[in-house]
Write a protein that binds this ligand. Structure first.
Ligand code: AP5
Ligand code: ZN
Length: 214
């Protein structure tokens, strides 16, 4: 199964992708995570992407499509969860080629429908485990034990530099201007499935499971 998780910043794409990876034979392909790894590694791609991401703008199509191609090769034999990609019409077309070249087909585009005002709060309250990347939220999903990661037991956490209100507003504007307009491309293929992203993490997960299991 190959799926795209589509939705604005904070819609819950990463949270749901992590869960799918734990429960199924699927791999998460998050361009945001790939870019942050490139920044941490100090690679040329990372050096180019850093300032762009801190402004909340989109990194170039060529860079992200190349990253996806590399990681898709590593995901051989497993289902792919595209998280945060594609984000432009150009990327949507590039993905068609990447999938076709590898004999994969796109099964579902899961559109997480959310209320934008709630997203600012979700994002500004987000933090993650510095060791395993598990996602938390200051009020909605704190760690079960004070300051200890439920998944790996680490006590170190971090926040993303682009998770401040100003940058979040910019990221949302980019979503409305460049990403939401690719929906008709997928609607024409009959693969778009809407999910209410405002429910609890478990409710959203159940809706996604129902779609994948058909
Ligand atoms: P990226 O890393 O993709 O960020 P994003 O799309 O802005 O999405 P987020 O990671 O903020 O949100 P999410 O939907 O994954 O939500 P999450 O599950 O964490 O991109 C970052 C930047 O990289 C971009 O701005 C751009 O510069 C660049 N980039 C990346 N891909 C690119 C591309 N293809 N082309 C060009 N540039 C690209 O949840 C958020 C919070 O809410 C968490 O705290 C979580 O615990 C909580 N939460 C989740 N679900 C629920 C729920 N149901 N109820 C309550 N709380 C919840
Ligand atoms: Zn952890």
């Amino acid at each position: 199964t190959n799926i795209i998780l589509l939705g604005p910043p904070g819609a819950g794409k990463g949270t749901q992708a992590h869960r799918l990876v734990e429960t199924r034979d699927m791999v998460q392909l998050s361009t945001g995570d790939m870019l942050r790894a490139a920044i941490n590694a100090g690679s040329p791609v990372g050096q180019q992407a850093k300032a762009v991401m801190e402004r909340g703008e989109l990194v170039s199509d060529a860079i992200v499509s190349a990253l996806i191609g590399e990681h898709l090769d590593d995901a051989k034999g497993k289902g792919a969860i595209f998280d945060g990609y594609p984000r432009t019409q150009h990327q949507a077309e590039a993905l068609e080629m990447l999938l076709a070249d590898r004999g994969r087909t796109l099964d579902h585009v899961i559109e997480l429908k959310v209320d934008e005002d709630a997203l600012v709060d979700r994002i500004c309250g987000r933090f993650s485990c510095a060791k395993c990347g598990a996602l938390y939220h200051e009020t909605a999903k704190p760690t079960a034990k004070d300051g200890v990661c439920d998944v790996c037991g680490s006590t170190e956490f971090k926040k993303r530099p682009d998770d401040n209100e100003e940058t979040v507003r910019k990221r949302m504007a980019e979503y409305r201007a460049k990403t939401a307009p690719i929906l008709p491309f997928y609607e024409a293929q009959g693969v778009v499935r809407e999910v209410d992203g405002m429910g609890s993490v478990e409710e959203v997960a159940a809706a996604i499971d129902a779609i994948i299991d058909g």
